[in-house]
Design a protein around this ligand. Sequence first.
Ligand code: ASP
Length: 446
Amino acid sequence: MKVMKFGGTSMSSADTISRVAEIVESSPDARFVVVSAPGKRDRADVKVTDLLYKCYAERRNSDNVDEAFAPIANRFLRISEELGLLGKSGFCLDGELEKIRLDIDGGASADYVASRGEYLSAYITAALLRRPFVDAAEIVRFDGEGRFDEKATFALCREKLDAKAGAVVPGFYGAMPSGAIKTFSRGGSDVTGAILAGALGAKVYENWTDVDGFMTGDPRIIDDPKIIDIITYRELRELSYMGAAVLHPESIFPVRSRDIPIRIKNTFNPSASGTLIVPTDKFLKGEYKRKELPLTGIAGKRDFISVQVEKSMMNNEKGYARKLLSIVEECDLSLEHMPSGIDTVSLVIDGSGIEQARIDAMLKKIKLELRPDRLDVIDGIALIAVVGHGMNRRKGMMSQITGALYKADINIRMIDQGSSELNIIIAVENCDYERALKALHSEFSI
Ligand code: ASP
């Protein structure tokens, strides 16, 4: 049994939804189908979820929602018309649209308004597939503080979905104990799919998107990245953290803890086998076979800041690192890496979106409370993660990495090897970032 989730591009028009229907109908073991709201049909298009947030904002500024609601209603009407659903018995899109318009008019919450994209998308898909529609508000629970409540959700899924095999469920939202609608963060339909797969003990969670799978490198920079056929949850986490994101980061937890693999598939190229994300322990025990390569993938991010603290005899001063970390915490900054020497320690912080004032406040506190001999800040640092279980106990990895960067005339600012030998982090200057990615990718011919 599998749970299939289709993303916004797959749900963007009548044509793409017809492809979705074909894929579902040719999968006899598709127990549940989770859908996103219609996404962009082309680059210039606007996602339905963005139109809904705009509609909510306009409702707050004026009394008339009609103008902002019209493009949303028209989009769903057009999809339904092109799918031949209008006028079919039991299909009442007009009634659904009118209820939503009235709710928005009556001051519905932002989460409720945003969730209606997925709601209508699932309503239409269920009618097209002649499968039951189950509202996510009935099965996905958040607690009173708005935190996802896994226990209550799993119990509801098992109770309500057992009799509804094949149901189509809207992604992205659920309900609080009061019944109020609450959404996950953006892209959260991935999370709903994973929750259903986890709750129902699916054999696999299929996540259908618009790319052939997870790539060995960023296709905007690398000319010929390959699709990774098998990747473990831990490798995925390392690469996604560094920006190689195909899935919502929270979507792996409900399935990973139950050893359920995720398959990334492309709605627009369904015959491609995609990427299979597998439980790490099972992979390490040899339950999944893949081509033996030293690396699985390379990913990176720009705009880190390195704060270098130097104080002689630092190693003798008890609690120095602890005090330093408390200052980082007090200034509400999060630490990525902390390479250290005898009398030096560096704090590597993700600087994107951080105001200079927070960094300045941290530096001031460090000076005042820790009295370092030197305090230097280097910004414009890019981090590159070289990731793969294949590196484990393999000789010469580091020399290959440094050799490739040397040949490309790139200076390395920092190296950090994770203790599990699953990743090596290399810091270079922002301006060398793309060349470094290219050099490493071609060195390892992944
Ligand atoms: N429609 C929502 C968004 O655009 C959720 C999703 O597509 O997963 O973020």
